[in-house]
Design a protein around this ligand. Structure first.
Ligand SMILES: C[S@@+](CC[C@H](N)C(=O)[O-])C[C@H]1O[C@@H](n2cnc3c(N)ncnc32)[C@H](O)[C@@H]1O
Length: 414
C-alpha cells in the first residue's frame, strides 16, 4: 500500500505492451494530410496544431511501454548527447563541414575526442532522428543539428529540464507545492543554498543561460510587432517629449537588453531613453556596439527601490515567473512606487495559461519554474490575484498574441 492506494494492479501488462490506439491511426493520417495540404505559409498556429496531431498519431502507434522508455531513457540520452556535442564543439564543426556525409572518425580526430564515445552518442542521435545516418559511423546534419551551432540554441546544463532527482520523493515537502525560493527542488538536488541564478553564475553558466533566453524568444510574434499591441496608441502617444532625458521604457530584469533592442528596431522614433536594468554582472557584460548605443544599461537589484521615477513604461519579460507570489509582489511593489499616476504603465510579457487546452511549452515551463525556483507560469486568475489583489494595481488589458505566445499584461495605478 502506497499513499493509501491499494497496490494490486487494476490494469494488465497487455495494456502496456499493445499499441495505444491503432484504430485512431487512419483518421489521424487523413487529418494530417488534409491539414498540411491546406497550410497557409507563415500560419504558425495551424502548423503547431498539426504538430500536436502528429504527436497524437505517434502515441496512438506506440505502446505505453515504448512511450515510457522514450521519456525515461531516450529523450534524456538525447539531451546528454546534445550537451556533449556542445562542449566539444561538434555542432559548430558539423555546420562548418556543411550538408555532406561526415565520418565519426574524422570528426573525432578534428575535435580531439574519443571516437568510440562519439560513435555511441551519434548512434543514439541518429536513432532518434536528430542526425541522418547514411552509413556505418557516418551522418549528415539535419536542420536541428545545424541549428545547434547557434549560440542561442545553446543547450547547456543550465537549460536543464526538471530532473528526476529534483522532483524525487525525498525532497523536503515532497507532494506539496514548493512556495519559497529556499525550498526549490533544484537546491535540494544540488545540495546548495544558492538559488538558480547564483548557482548558474557560480558554475560559470551565466552566459549560456543568457543565450538560452535569447533562443527561447525566437520565431514568435513580439508584442511590439504590428498586429499585436498598438504601440503608437498605447505608449507613444502621450509620452513625455519635454526632455531627452525623460525615460520611455525601463526593462526590469532585462538581461542583455534584447527586448529593448527589438523595440527600438520596430519603433526607432519612440521618444526618450530605453533603460535596461539587471544584476551588475549581467548588464556589465553588455558589449559596447553600434546597436547597443540605443540602450542605457543600469545595474539594479529589483528588490531595491526603483531608481528611475515616472517612466512612461516599466516592462518585465519572464521575470515574475521566476518568483513565487510573495517575492513577485515585492518586485512589482518596487515598480508601483516609482509609477507616475495617470502616466506610467507596467507591462508584463508572460504566459497566461488558459483554463483548458494549455500549450505544451507553457505547461513544461511551469514545471521547470516549479523545480528550479519554486515559481510558476500563471493563469489569468493567478495574474489578477497577484497584480490587483496583492499589489493593488489595475489590469487595463491583457493583449493576447495567440495560442502558445506570451501575452502582454498592461497595468496602471488605480
Ligand atoms: C528569466 S530571465 C529574463 C530575462 C529577460 N527579461 C528576457 O526575457 O530575456 C530573468 C532575469 O532576471 C534577472 N535577475 C534575477 N534576479 C535579479 C535581481 N534580484 N535583480 C535584477 N535582476 C535579476 C536575471 O539576471 C535574468 O536576466
Amino acid at each position: 500500500m502506497a499513499n493509501g492506494i491499494e497496490e494490486k494492479p487494476t490494469v494488465t501488462v497487455a495494456t502496456a505492451t499493445s499499441p495505444s490506439d491503432l484504430a485512431a491511426v487512419p483518421q489521424l493520417i487523413k487529418e494530417l494530410a488534409d491539414g498540411v495540404s491546406s497550410l497557409e505559409p507563415g500560419c504558425n498556429e495551424a502548423r503547431q496544431a498539426l504538430a500536436i496531431k502528429a504527436r497524437t498519431l505517434m502515441q496512438a502507434l506506440e505502446t505505453p511501454r515504448e512511450t515510457m522508455i522514450k521519456h525515461c531513457w531516450a529523450q534524456p540520452a538525447v539531451y546528454a548527447a546534445i550537451l556533449c556535442g556542445n562542449e566539444c564543439g561538434l555542432w559548430k564543426l558539423m555546420a562548418k563541414n556543411g550538408d555532406k556525409p561526415q565520418k565519426v572518425k574524422e570528426l573525432a580526430c578534428a575535435l580531439g575526442v574519443d571516437p568510440v564515445l562519439l560513435s555511441r552518442l551519434l548512434r543514439h542521435l541518429g536513432a532518434m532522428g536528430y542526425l541522418l545516418e547514411v552509413g556505418e559511423d557516418e551522418y549528415k546534419p539535419t536542420s536541428f543539428s545545424l541549428s545547434l551551432s547557434l549560440p542561442i540554441m545553446n543547450a547547456s546544463p543550465w537549460a536543464a529540464p526538471p530532473s528526476s532527482t529534483s522532483m524525487n520523493t525525498s525532497a523536503p515537502g515532497a507532494g506539496r507545492t514548493p512556495r519559497t525560493p529556499r525550498t526549490a527542488p533544484l537546491m535540494h538536488a544540488h545540495k546548495t543554498d544558492l538559488n538558480y541564478f547564483a548557482l548558474a553564475q557560480s558554475r560559470g553558466y551565466l552566459e549560456d543561460f543568457n543565450n538560452h533566453m535569447g533562443g527561447y524568444r525566437q520565431g514568435r510574434l513580439p508584442w511590439m510587432a504590428p498586429g499585436f499591441v498598438p504601440v503608437q496608441e498605447v505608449l507613444i502617444e502621450g509620452a513625455d517629449r519635454s526632455s531627452p532625458d525623460a525615460v520611455f521604457m525601463v526593462d526590469v530584469g532585462g538581461c542583455l537588453g534584447h527586448d529593448l533592442l527589438e523595440f527600438h528596431r520596430y519603433h526607432p522614433a519612440a521618444p526618450g531613453k530605453l533603460v535596461v536594468q539587471d544584476l551588475p554582472q549581467v548588464v556589465g557584460s553588455i558589449a559596447p556596439s553600434e546597436e547597443n548605443r540605443a540602450l542605457t544599461a543600469m545595474p539594479h537589484n529589483f528588490f531595491d527601490e526603483q531608481p528611475v521615477q515616472g517612466a512612461r513604461a516599466y516592462y518585465m519579460h519572464s521575470v515574475l515567473h521566476d518568483w513565487p507570489d510573495e517575492r513577485a509582489e515585492a518586485i512589482v511593489k518596487r515598480v508601483k512606487a516609482a509609477m507616475r499616476p495617470g502616466y506610467s504603465k507596467l507591462l508584463i510579457n508572460e504566459n497566461v495559461i488558459p483554463r483548458t487546452d494549455a500549450y505544451w511549452e507553457m505547461s513544461a515551463l511551469d514545471l521547470v519554474m516549479l523545480t528550479q525556483l519554486s515559481a510558476q507560469e500563471r493563469t489569468e486568475s493567478d495574474w489578477y490575484d497577484l497584480l490587483e489583489r496583492r499589489c493593488g494595481l489595475k489590469i487595463a488589458k491583457i493583449w493576447s498574441g495567440g495560442r502558445g505566445v506570451e501575452s502582454l499584461i498592461e497595468c496602471e495605478l488605480k
